[in-house]
Design a protein around this ligand. Sequence first.
Ligand code: IMP
Length: 427
Amino acid sequence: MTNNFAVLGLQWGDEGKGKIVNFLSDRANAACRYQGGHNAGHTLIINGEKIVLHLLPSSICHEKALSLIGKGVVISCDALFEEIEKIEPIAKNIHERLKISPACSLIQPYHILVDQLKEKSNSFNTIGTTLRGIGPAYEDKVARRAIRIIDTLSESKLEDKLKENISYYNFWLENYFGHTKLDFQKIKDENLHYGEKLTPLLADVSSLINGLNDQGKRVLFEGAQGALLDVDQGTYPFVTSSNCSPAGIASGAGIGPLDVGYILGVVKAYVTRVGEGPMPTEIHDSIGAEIATKGGEVGATTGRPRRCGWFDAVTVKRIIKSNSVSALCLTKIDVLDFLDTIKICVGYDFKNGSGDYAECMDLVDVEPKYIECKGWQTSLKGINEFDLLPPEAKAFVKKIEEVCELPVDVISTGPDDHGTIVLNEEI
Ligand code: IMP
């Protein structure tokens, strides 16, 4: 058994994972992203400065930690090198500390194009994707035609694979969307250029993790999005295209399923969602709008407003049970400072027999059942000791533990590291 650990969102993303991963990366020798792509937006506040990471692991600012990108991630080279350039002034030795698996699939310009055309087209259901080409890139991976980083290292191999892809996409683009043909040479040149740029960063990430573990070192796995957006466990079809629940760690990082000793599930004290899809506890009145304003609920990647709702213990508990989550990290509790009553959804009334199909996560024919907690109506911002919380806030935390049947090991009371209460020092 290793002492690796993981930090993942248990809702629809944007739970505040970036801050927690950055805070905990001191306790790890490396952090690893293993799924998703630059659809993620992890916000960190370092020395008062706001930093949003999309592809790089949140450990990138810790000069002693390795930052790993495992084979389950789909990479946009434009986005990766833009992010490296932006972060370089504050993150030391990036080129020595960042290691990327050559087995990662690459997001190509035609993936972005198709993602955008599909979202605009009336013939497809709109998901409200981030328009970053994530879905089409994963489609190619599953269809076994993806261009992986390794393919960009040999011109002849790249040419063969790209020819097949471009003729497939050209047919689709022309006949389905009436779009002009792709420029093969331009796309090939870009891939070769990025292959060269990537070469010094490549490593066998899976073996690297095993080697670190053999030396007794610890790796932190950083989930992107949230488990309710997981393609298998989330609210399908309104999901992303990867396994962002803990189940994705082993395949995406290339480790054994038993090689994660502790899984910290991050949940916001309320819930948010960007894009389309069901959200049973959505608040449609001014309280929802005020939570959105106070919580700064605007997408870190797309700038889209996030929908807000009450904490939904039903969905969180389902994810906990099916993913061996060890404990919870409760974030943004300070956003609820202004409320006199806070609701928690503890059950659903399933209509039209939909309870029999609960595993499908349709969540359309459900009526949430709530309990109410008394609000604290005082500022929690920056509190870093549990004993300093007002009794109503302590009771709220205890209620979350009770309804989720899991301990809360970390509480976040503000965007920077100072506002963090660690209740389990063994993490
Ligand atoms: P895609 O991942 O761009 O394909 O988008 C699919 C769905 O996942 C959309 O509803 C997006 O809004 C949502 N999504 C993707 N990444 C994130 C994220 O990092 N936070 C929250 N929602 C996300």
